[in-house]
Design a binder for this molecule. Structure first.
Ligand SMILES: Cc1cc2nc3c(=O)[nH]c(=O)nc-3n(C[C@H](O)[C@H](O)[C@H](O)COP(=O)(O)O)c2cc1C
Length: 615
């Protein structure tokens, strides 16, 4: 019996936690498999006797998208109530208790598992980022409990004592040089291969070259459910000299038969690490002479499939391509990274420092998270420690795709996707200038470059009838999906029942789509722009909503309208909901009590009369 860990993660924390659990089982010489939930064959679930579920929560208590196939399957009303009676499961959820629905996805999943007859192994663990030691406070006792409960059922593969946390486990993946080039020496165990070059740059570095091995095009390889597209436009949409550089990006689908996307859909882009970053990492790790050797990746353990962010074992790759397209060398190191360094460091003083990091999450926060220190910079501080090729695929986190709400509608821009992308540029608290990985990658692409993109269906849907009023609230780049919705509403004769609340700093600097709003106003759309700094008193979208209390009440309460809120996940969405509740309360323009109006707004969102998407 081999237990299965299934994880659902959005930004990588749950995935990292799941792999820590797998390593703990393997260090006790037990077999275990660890996979993302969406890749697990659902028909196998009732026959999975030992199951460990790990999920984070996003949005307003929503599961990460990779939980949805499993979740939707479990929700089917036709399922027998005892379908999971052979399943024994443990669950760990990751969340943040400052959100109303703390660890909601995990809690819903646990409840449904019980409802379908699954047997709980121990108490669920709910990891809270707000806890003094972050999720560790709940995770460490939960892990111990889970090991205690599961291990007795599992045969041990070795009579040796468990490997300590500081012991280097056997690798789970192998990087094998391609046989035609077998005369090229690759020493996978070598920690340090060559002296550092004096000029700090590798001379042979081809730039962004996934396919220099595979021989097609200039960009990265494409997963099956992605499509090829071409960068059509990249135009600055904030005033020249304004502190924030926001880009209007247009991408054209290559295939003229591409299925139209719905307004509010989400476009994913797979960024690449820059040549400079890859060179810096290779230099730091002493792996330059291994960088361009063609290799394939294989899973060593039969129960553990290759992680989905890695190229399939049939594909030829190189270390440089892996670092460019698949592995994140600019990520902020998590605790698991320091645990790896501790296993690898030959130096007493480094080990002491690493032990401090492992014992105290606050130390990691101060050293890595707060100053946005990257993995490469961390390696520069731990000069004696080298990441070996044998374990590099496990140690470096995946280079995550980035998601953008599409700012265009297919109807207005057939065959194209338009995005509003803020170029992220800031100084860390160590005064190091830093650029966002995805936005700087995108901005460096020349128009005409071929890139793979993925279109995911929307989570927000316009009401089917154009007569239903809609209120679209999207300050900053949050206006992107609202612009797409406005395009569709105007084309369907619904302009007069559409209100847009957009927020910017000033009409002259960052008022996105300004000329389009003028046109839409002429067609009857109520366009209300809160330019926060254009007057002495700060003005925000929620102020304009309160000003328009009569219309808000009439459209929502009398006419059953929908409200959409998109943009930054700080206080804005909550303040907008409060402003709407105020409008429909007796204090505003309605007749509900304060409590009733709040419940009404909550229920609207539950019933999908609109919705919220924040990032
Ligand atoms: C936009 C956003 C919304 C979130 N919403 C919730 C929530 O409703 N409830 C909760 O417990 N945690 C919430 N979180 C916290 C995440 O669950 C937490 O950061 C977790 O570690 C992320 O794990 P992941 O990287 O595996 O996705 C939210 C985080 C973000 C960034």
């Amino acid at each position: 019996m081999i237990p299965v860990i299934l994880y659902a993660s959005e930004t990588g924390n749950a995935a990292d936690t799941a792999h820590r659990i797998a390593r703990a089982f393997r260090s006790h010489h037990r077999k275990i498999s660890c996979q993302p939930m969406n890749l697990f064959p659902l028909s196998s679930l009732p026959h999975t006797n030992l199951l460990i579920l790990v999920t984070s929560t996003h949005g307003r208590g929503d599961p990460p998208p990779t939980m949805l196939p499993l979740w939707n399957a479990l929700l089917r009303s036709s399922l027998p109530e005892d379908i999971l009676e052979d399943v024994h499961y443990a669950i760990f959820g990751l969340g943040d208790s400052s959100y109303e629905r703390f660890c909601w996805a995990g809690k819903m999943l646990a409840r449904r598992m019980e409802g379908l007859g699954a047997n709980k192994m121990g108490e669920p663990g709910w990891g809270d980022e707000r806890s003094p030691n972050g999720i560790e406070d709940a995770f460490l006792p939960w892990l111990q409990q889970t090991l205690d409960l599961f291990l007795p059922y599992l045969p041990s593969t070795s009579s040796s004592p468990p490997l300590p946390l500081t012991g280097l486990p056997p690798p789970i993946y192998s990087l094998r040089p391609v046989s035609v080039l077998d005369d090229v020496p690759v020493n996978l165990d070598r920690l340090s291969i060559s002296p550092l070059p004096t000029n700090g740059h590798s001379t042979a570095a081809p730039s962004r070259v996934e396919d220099s091995v595979q021989g097609h095009g200039s960009s990265s390889s494409k997963p099956d459910d992605w499509v090829w597209a071409t960068l059509g436009k990249n135009t600055r949409v904030t005033k020249e000299g304004w502190w924030q550089d926001v880009r209007g990006i247009e991408i054209e689908f290559e295939d003229p038969e591409t299925m139209p996307y719905l307004p509010g859909s989400i476009c994913s882009l797979q960024p690449q690490s820059s040549t400079e970053d890859v060179d810096a990492f290779l230099e730091m790790s002493g792996l330059e002479d291994q960088a361009d050797i063609p290799m394939t990746i294989e899973a060593i353990l039969e129960e553990q499939p290759l992680a989905p962010h890695l190229p399939p074992s049939s594909a030829q790759t190189t270390l440089r391509l892996l670092l460019t397209n698949h592995l994140d060398i600019r990520a902020s190191p998590r605790k698991s990274f320091f645990e790896w360094l501790r296993r690898l460091s030959p130096d007493e003083r480094e080990r002491e420092r690493l032990d401090e990091f492992i014992a105290d999450p606050d130390e990691i926060h101060t050293y890595a998270t707060r100053p946005s220190r990257t993995i490469t910079e961390t390696l520069a501080d731990f000069r004696q420690t080298r990441i070996p090729l044998t374990h590099i695929l496990e140690i470096l986190p995946p280079l995550r795709r980035r998601q953008f709400s599409i700012a265009s509608s297919w109807e207005a821009h057939p065959g194209k996707v338009q995005l509003l992308v803020a170029l992220v540029e800031y100084k860390t608290n160590l005064k190091i200038p830093r650029k966002g990985l995805c936005s700087s990658w995108l901005n460096a692409l020349t128009v005409g470059t071929r890139i793979p993109i993925h279109i995911a269906p929307p989570t927000l849907f316009l009401p089917p009838s154009p007569e239903t009023p809609v209120i679209l609230v999207g300050p900053g780049t949050g206006v992107a999906p609202m612009r797409a919705f406005t395009e569709v509403r105007a084309r369907h004769g619904a302009a007069i029942d559409t209100a847009v609340y957009f927020g910017c700093r000033s009409m002259t600097t960052d008022c996105f789509y300004a000329s389009e709003w003028e046109q839409y106003k002429k067609q009857g759309v109520k366009v209300e722009i809160a330019a926060s700094r254009d007057q002495a008193e700060k003005l925000y979208v929620q102020h304009l909503i309160k000003r328009d209390k009569q219309r808000i009440r009439e459209w929502i309460v009398d006419r059953g309208g929908s409200v959409y809120i998109t943009g930054s996940s700080n206080a804005m969405p909550r303040e907008v909901r409060e402003a709407i509740a105020w409008c429909i309360s007796a204090e505003g323009a309605g007749d509900m009590s304060e409590e009733e109006s709040k419940v009404y707004v909550e229920r609207m969102f539950e019933e999908k009369r609109g919705g919220e998407e924040s990032w």
